[in-house]
Design a protein around this ligand. Structure first.
Ligand code: NAI
Length: 364
């Protein structure tokens, strides 16, 4: 019997509803694969942490996450805590967990949409080609969001604001290696995205990626300017495998990809560092307007579970059972309110979890 520890942090708004579906799926895997055991510890975080213990990441939560093999998070935040100072808000927990639990330097976001689900995409059928199956990796330790100095002041009676983008060679190297290693396990293609026609940072980025590519002769590498990449993602998304880029550029590209696969309720992401441990979550927030109504799409969270099992725990076969169950459920037309096209096939959060769980148990 193999046992794995998972810290499950439901958080706020729709967080608990979607996390429950993720846990349902983990339990189904335990039933199906008798040699697996998951020890799931549910811990407060975000607004729930503030309400129960006076802080977004209570010490017990931090300890539980540090001792776990992987962390699964629902979502944090909501109007109830919006007036708190920035450093005390629920969203602060994301930064704490990323830095103190996983030492994260990258955000990894897989996105897939098969041809048979092309109706979910905002792209035209002919632009989906062979379907979407890519992973976008954004730096989350350097780049414009993190550079210093950053600020605002008055000069000669006029306001001026500034931000800084700076990368050490080693910071580009670790993102590049992460990208190449992932590409090696997939379609063996890496696209490095920059703005090297303008930015000195991007020129260093490109040089370093080219140098690291020599360690991965089996992976094809291409360099694209970010504007060109955005266009290609809309025109020929099936040509991409793994994409690596700076944080702000990646943030914009990731929303382009988000639209291509349908709903915000369908995409998962992971914050990862140099170990296999990661913080896995749906990309969406706590969606306060639909919270508590059993309406939210749980697929992003269920995909976060699949990603977690594959990336942090090495259960590739088990993860593929989850992905297949999601695919088949969607192909049958079932959908939560954000993706359903036939009203007769509208299901709730928990019903969607049940349908996917049933498929996992049935499939061989
Ligand atoms: P949001 O992602 O919560 O919602 C954006 C829109 O998408 C809303 O219309 C919402 O109803 C819909 N939506 C989100 N998830 C859905 C799902 N699973 N199924 C169906 N529809 C879904 O973003 P918003 O409204 O900007 O933020 C709400 C709160 O969440 C804020 O307090 C924000 O700070 C927090 N937030 C937390 C994040 C996290 O925990 N990682 C990420 C983003 C926002």
């Amino acid at each position: 019997m193999k046992s794995y520890r998972i810290a499950a942090l439901p958080g706020d708004g729709i967080g608990p509803e979607v996390i429950n579906q993720g846990i349902k799926v983990i339990k189904a895997l335990e039933t199906k694969f008798k040699h697996l055991h998951f020890e799931i510890q549910s811990l407060p975080v975000g607004g729930q942490g503030i309400d129960l213990c006076g802080m977004p990441v209570p010490p017990e939560t931090l300890k539980g996450c540090q001792e776990a093999d992987a962390v699964l998070l629902g979502a944090v935040g909501g109007p109830k805590w919006d007036n708190l100072p920035n450093k005390q808000r629920p969203e602060q927990s994301l930064l704490t967990l990323r830095s103190q639990v996983v030492g994260a330097f990258a955000n990894v976001r897989p996105a897939s949409l098969s041809n048979s689900l092309s109706h979910l995409s905002c792209l035209k059928r002919e632009n989906l080609g062979q379907g979407i199956d890519l992973v976008l990796i954004r730096d989350m330790s350097a780049g414009i969001f993190y550079g210093k100095p950053s600020g605002r002041e008055s000069r000669n009676g006029e306001a001026i604001a500034y931000d800084t983008m700076s990368f050490f060679q080693s910071e580009v190297e670790r993102i590049a290696r992460l990208g190449f290693q992932l590409a090696r396990t997939r379609k063996k293609k890496l696209t490095s995205v920059d703005q090297a026609n303008v930015l000195e940072n991007s020129r260093l980025w490109r040089e370093v990626v080219s140098e690291i590519s020599k360690e991965y002769p089996d992976v094809e590498v291409e360099h694209l300017y970010v504007d060109n990449c955005a266009f290609a993602l809309v025109k020929k998304p099936w040509l991409f495998d793994v994409i690596i880029t700076e944080g702000m550029l990646g943030g914009i590209l990731s929303d382009v990809v988000g639209g291509s696969v349908g709903s915000i309720g369908m995409l998962a992401s992971a914050s990862v560092g140099s170990s296999k441990k990661g913080l896995f979550e749906p990309i969406h927030g706590s969606a306060p307007r639909i919270a508590g109504q059993d309406k939210a799409n749980p697929i992003a969270t269920i995909r976060a579970v699949a990603f977690m099992l594959e990336y942090s725990i090495g259960l590739t076969k088990e993860a593929s059972f989850i992905e297949r169950a999601i695919e088949e459920t969607l192909q049958e037309g079932w959908g939560t309110y954000d993706i359903v096209t036939d009203k007769k096939k509208l299901v709730s959060t928990s019903q969607m979890g049940d349908l996917i769980t049933k498929k996992i148990l049935q499939n061989t």
